[in-house]
Design a binder for this molecule. Structure first.
Ligand code: MOS
Length: 751
């Protein structure tokens, strides 16, 4: 991999305070120059190209493929099908742990959804493989496609999200609603959405006997390696996965998908390195998506406008053959105090690729419904939406009664509202216009996301020349892990950033855990911090026990590491350099490993969440219904901020996705064929620059002594929550029309 430039920064580092600096991306120049290596940039010698042929029906069976025609095409080497393929060591439909999702790797001729892989053509060129795939002319025995939220019998799933209970009941919701001074009820619908990372799923696989080398984008390399090992029946140590950079993941690269395994199988079949890259439309099926939801919310308030009951039911869909259930109703667990809260889910099975985690899974879908309903209730009570939220502020986590480890949401409301100018808002809708006559609407939403921790390990070393090394198989999805984690490494080692070699992005390094659940910086960061502390402790031991050291007798806790030296705490003028300590000890290097993980005791005691408040302004053409978001302000509290520039960028991205959720994104499925009709970035609408206004992101100071040693909560997903509702509420405030089916469309605003 090309060298990262550690010093490419306008901000001069203060020694020992890398954390908190708004450094630019250390990989920025590489990316701008096109030198950052993504999976599909690899071209091992002798490499062939593989292209997947996809099913055009949503349910049934393949009855024939014209393999002879494909093979006759010049350059085509082989066609992999369900009857001609390398044998796998286990059935890919066996779920060996809860984090295994079923995949389609030509295990049979059965078709489970439109777009499923039905054959793989391997050729000398991409063009030949593409043409070969087109020549297969599949025939099918088709069954009717099951599409949409009413496609079949509904059932209560065993769990939602990652093992969360399907139903939560706190207090008596029905009694609360019956006794309420005022109730509101509404049904909201959210569409299927697709991750659409800029970088498609891609794999370059090379076998050397029973050793396997894979370049592929992954949010969890060690988990991916274990899956490859079990599928191919080879030891994990024989497999190296390289994934230094991802062009976005958003959850779709958390688990290896069928196409990635097909690339590895194709390489096995032909005995040569193979590259397989999905085309954009091939990403609408086998790599996950956000499931559609229909959410019914009921709320009751007492005579003072205090919530007495929240009832949130979410219906979702899953595939016909696997279980992932969007935990949409869970959004109601944390935000608003209410004597009674009930959240429930049901689901129907449809002919789709299995839905999966997608940026803020559950919170994003649930938040737009909950925040809309809160807005509806505030208006029903004649109360300003911010005042309504403040008078229903949750001082403890409503569903559990646990105290929050920290919660600076009040400050988010105050700072966001002040920046936005919220106090000038008129209560009634359709009462504000700009000078050109456009309707102006102001809306807000509360943002929330849990502060999670998984498990990661890091190895730290200090070398005799006084430089440091930090190794961790972490993942940079574009969020800035190469930068933020290196900053933590530098502080952990007591060194300037340019004295630290930060190694990351491959599976042979210590397990960096999962880049998901907004938990990567917290988890990998704490592993790095702990590994740094462990190696410094060893170094301190060497010095403080040696009579020749000026630190002799200070004790491990009597020294601090800073600027490549250990200093006595009680007399900072007495210090010794790392280089001198190691040289005297005759050591070339000293190293230590450590982990980062959640503290179960703290988790049992506290509810841990990041929070925020988002304010949006829209302008709507009263004649045409055209909506423009003209301003957004987001104020977020997410514990310690490692790199304010990267964090701002993450929050911008989340807020833009929220805008997109409210106004743009929707995958449309043809009810007859079960095919997605807009499987491309022209017709699957996402905001472009012209749709995105000036965004203002504020981060609110928040010190959290409980979440983890560094006090990090994570910012990857929270930005989308709150934002989608804020835009939807602003559209209502501008127009007086409450649209409850997302995305909001022009035709629904013409009154
Ligand atoms: Mo995320 S949906 O945890 O990548």
């Amino acid at each position: 991999m090309p060298e990262l430039n550690p010093t490419q920064n306008p901000v001069h580092m203060r020694h020992g305070s890398n954390i908190g600096q708004p450094l630019t991306r250390r990989d920025g120049i590489l990316k701008v120059k096109g030198q950052a290596e993504y999976a599909a940039d690899h071209h091992p010698k002798g490499m062939l190209f593989a292209v997947i042929a996809n099913a055009s029906i949503a349910r049934g069976r393949v009855t024939s493929l014209d393999i002879a025609a494909a093979k006759a095409h010049p350059g085509v080497i082989d066609v992999m099908t369900s009857s001609h393929k390398p044998k796998l060591a286990i059935d890919p439909d066996i779920k060996t742990n809860p984090f295994v999702f079923r995949m389609e790797v030509l295990q049979s001729d059965e078709i489970r959804y439109a777009g499923q892989s039905i054959a793989v053509v391997i050729a000398e060129t991409l063009e030949a493989a593409t043409e070969g795939a087109a020549l297969l002319s599949p025939r099918y025995a088709a069954l009717p496609a099951r599409v949409g939220l009413d496609a079949g019998e509904s059932f209560e799933p065993p769990v939602v999200g990652v093992g969360n209970p399907t139903a939560h009941v706190h207090g008596d919701v029905e009694a609360g609603l019956a006794a309420a001074a005022k109730t509101v009820e509404a049904v909201y619908e959210t569409p299927p959405q697709y991750h659409n990372a800029m970088e498609p799923h891609a794999v370059v696989a090379s076998w050397d006997g029973d050793r396997l080398s894979i370049d592929t984008p992954s949010q969890a390399m060690v988990m991916a390696r274990a899956r490859v090992a079990e599928l191919f029946g080879i030891p994990a140590e024989n497999i190296q996965i390289r994934s230094p950079f991802l062009g976005g993941g958003f959850g779709s690269k958390g688990f290896l998908t069928g196409p990635q395994i097909l690339g590895v199988m194709a390489a096995r079949l032909v005995g040569k390195p193979v590259k397989l890259v999905l085309r954009r439309e091939q990403m609408y099926g086998p790599v996950g998506h956000r499931a559609p939801t229909r959410q019914r919310l009921r709320m009751g308030v007492d005579g003072d406008g205090r919530l007495v009951a929240i009832d949130h039911h979410a219906r979702t869909v899953s595939s016909s053959y696997d279980d992932f259930y969007e935990p949409a109703a869970g959004a109601s667990h944390t935000l608003y105090a209410s004597r009674a809260i009930r959240t429930t889910h049901d689901a129907v099975r449809v002919d789709t690729g299995t839905p999966l985690f997608m940026r803020a899974p559950g919170e994003a879908t649930g938040s737009i419904a909950l925040e809309s309903m809160i807005d509806e209730m505030a208006f029903a009570c004649g109360i300003d939406p911010l005042d309504f939220r403040l008078q229903n502020y949750a001082e403890v986590e409503p569903i559990t009664g646990k105290p929050f480890s920290s919660k600076a949401l009040r400050e988010c409301y105050a700072q966001g509202a002040a920046r936005f100018g919220w106090d000038k808002r008129r209560l009634a809708p359709r009462t504000m216009r700009d000078e050109s006559g456009l309707l102006v609407g102001w809306g807000m939403g509360t943002a929330t996301f849990p502060a999670l921790m998984f498990m990661a390990e890091a190895r730290a070393a200090i070398r005799r020349d006084g430089s440091g090394v930090m190794e961790i198989g972490a993942h940079d999805m574009g969020q800035g892990a190469w930068t933020a984690l290196a900053q933590i490494a530098a502080d952990g080692l007591g060194l300037d950033l340019d004295k630290v070699e930060f190694r990351s992005g491959t599976s042979d390094l210590p397990d960096g855990g999962i880049a998901g659940g907004s938990a990567h910086t917290a988890t990998a960061g704490n592993a790095i911090h702990n590994a740094g502390a462990a190696v410094i402790a060893k170094l301190a031991d060497l010095a403080t026990k040696d009579e020749r050291s000026p630190l002799f007798g200070a004790g491990n806790t009597g020294v601090v590491a800073r600027d490549g030296r250990l200093h006595r705490r009680d007399d900072e003028s007495r210090s010794e350099s790392y280089a001198d300590i190691l040289t005297r000890a005759g050591l070339a290097e000293i190293d230590a490993r450590a982990t980062g993980a959640a503290d179960p005791a703290a988790q049992a005691e506290y509810a841990m969440h990041a929070h925020g408040a988002v304010f949006a302004e829209v302008k709507v053409d009263p004649d045409l219904g055209q909506v423009r978001v003209t301003r957004m302000v987001g104020a977020f509290a997410a514990g310690r901020i490692i790199n304010p520039r990267m964090v701002q960028s993450q929050l911008y991205g989340g807020m833009i996705w929220g805008l997109s959720f409210a106004l743009h994104e929707e995958a449309i499925t043809d009810r007859r064929s079960g095919r997605i009709m807009n499987a491309n970035l022209a017709e699957y609408h996402i905001p472009v620059n012209a749709d995105v206004p000036a965004l203002d992101v504020l981060t609110v100071d928040e010190h959290d002594p409980h979440v983890n040693a560094l006090g990090i909560k994570g910012v990857g997903e929270i930005g989308i929550t709150g934002s989608a509702g804020a835009v939807a509420n602003a559209v209502w405030h501008a127009t007086g029309v409450r649209v409850r089916r997302f995305p909001i469309r022009i035709d629904e605003l013409l009154t």
